[in-house]
Design a binder for this molecule. Structure first.
Ligand code: GMT
Length: 373
């Protein structure tokens, strides 16, 4: 098929999933066109059937805010008609689903048909989308999509609770390409580069937005390091990073916490880790947790949103109530003290990721594209 993929090109989970999906679809022989404002960060190759089209914005002194939806829908019209695209798959409802609806209408006037598939990722529903500022337009554009998917059962429930939805929402879980984690583990994992012999490694990866509760991450680690020789790797960047750095200084643990900034080498970094910390306020799925599990890492997370669908309490890791840093630290210390149990849990975590493999999920999206016709 000929498919346009619209996403945020950044380190956020929705952009990562969209990019990995597009690359896998192209690998399978589909023609894929990414339409967004920058080359997606995980898009590491372009080929004869994998293309990137930049949405450029024109500055004009009258505009306090650049009208991105207008530029995006104009670009969609251009690319759909030039490349005969059959489906526009938009990731993250705001503003992508709305812009796709406008593009579809404009194309219809030219006698060109295109189908729109919208994938809901989380904050487009739970935090931003349901806000009165956007709610009407988000609800409208979800209902006007030809097919709608959500990345977890929990997100589907949230969508049905927060909006008046007339469409059937299909749950298609996020996925990972397990082979990427094998390579990193066997050949390139140089644990000694970051920790001393005998030290355990805890890792957090996110965009450091308030919803990720990075201060909880630091508090949990502070309790753990008092009982277990350990290091904390903080990967990513965002608005809460300086507060987290400040808290690390105040707690006097600067020599044990390493802030690495954004990285494209997630698989390589995760291969060092024993525990992945994700105490988020809400998480529709928790792709970062799944990536950690694929790299043999035990997950200690909150029990919010879709996290219990990914992290199985007592098997792949532990779930605690939101903000209960004592419980999260207690679970971490207990598992880090028992090497045999830690190893078993790491293996279980990896095993569990097979449910979310690329091979399982890719055909689900392909049949959703076909179901539009
Ligand atoms: O969580 C983020 O920081 C990014 C955000 C996004 O849309 O890019 O992630 C959401 O989508 C991911 C991919 O589907 C999910 O794994 C995350 O759980 C979800 N984030 C939230 O719900 C907070």
């Amino acid at each position: 098929m000929r498919i346009g993929i619209v996403c945020y090109p950044t380190f956020g989970g929705s952009g990562v999933v969209a990019t990995e999906l597009g690359m896998a679809l192209a690998d399978k022989g589909h023609e894929v066109h990414f339409i967004t404002y920058n080359q997606p960060v995980r898009l590491d190759f372009i080929s004869h059937n994998l293309h990137f089209h930049e949405v450029a914005l024109e500055e004009y002194p009258l505009f306090q805010y650049q009208p991105y939806e207008l530029a995006l829908s104009t670009k969609m019209v251009e690319i759909v008609s030039r490349h005969n695209l059959e489906v526009l798959h938009v990731h993250y409802a705001i503003p992508h689903a709305y812009a796709a609806y406008m593009a579809k209408k404009m194309l219809k006037d030219e006698g060109i048909k295109v189908k729109v598939v919208t994938t809901l990722h989380g904050t487009d529903i739970t935090l931003v989308g349901s806000h009165p500022t956007y709610k009407t337009a988000v609800e409208f554009s979800i209902n006007k999509s030809d097919e709608v998917t959500a990345v977890s059962a929990s997100l589907k429930e949230d969508t049905l609770r927060l909006f008046n939805i007339e469409k059937d929402i299909k749950v298609v879980y996020n996925f990972i390409d397990g082979s990427k984690y094998e390579v990193a583990h066997q050949e390139e994992c140089k644990r000694s580069a970051l920790a001393e012999e005998g030290e355990k490694i805890l890792t957090h990866i996110s965009n450091f937005r308030p919803v990720k509760r990075v201060l909880d991450v630091v508090q949990i680690f502070n309790k753990v390091q008092k009982e277990i020789p350990s290091k904390l790797l903080m990967v990513g960047d965002g608005p809460e990073r300086s507060k987290a750095e400040q808290l690390v200084r105040e707690l006097g643990i600067s020599d044990k916490v390493i802030f690495l900034g954004n990285s494209n080498e997630v698989a390589k970094l995760l291969c060092y880790s024993d525990i992945f910390l994700l105490p988020s306020e809400t998480e529709s799925f928790g792709l970062a947790a799944l990536e950690a599990m694929a790299a043999n890492t035990v997950v200690i997370s909150s029990n919010t949103g879709g996290l219990p669908e990914v992290n199985i309490h007592g098997e792949t890791g532990f779930l605690s109530d939101l903000g209960d840093v004592n419980d999260m630290a207690k679970n971490a210390v207990a598992i880090l003290k028992d090497d045999a149990k830690l190893l078993k849990m790491k293996q279980k975590a990896k095993e569990h990721t097979k449910l979310f493999s690329l091979e399982k999920v890719l055909p689900q999206y392909e049949s959703i594209y076909k179901a539009c016709f």
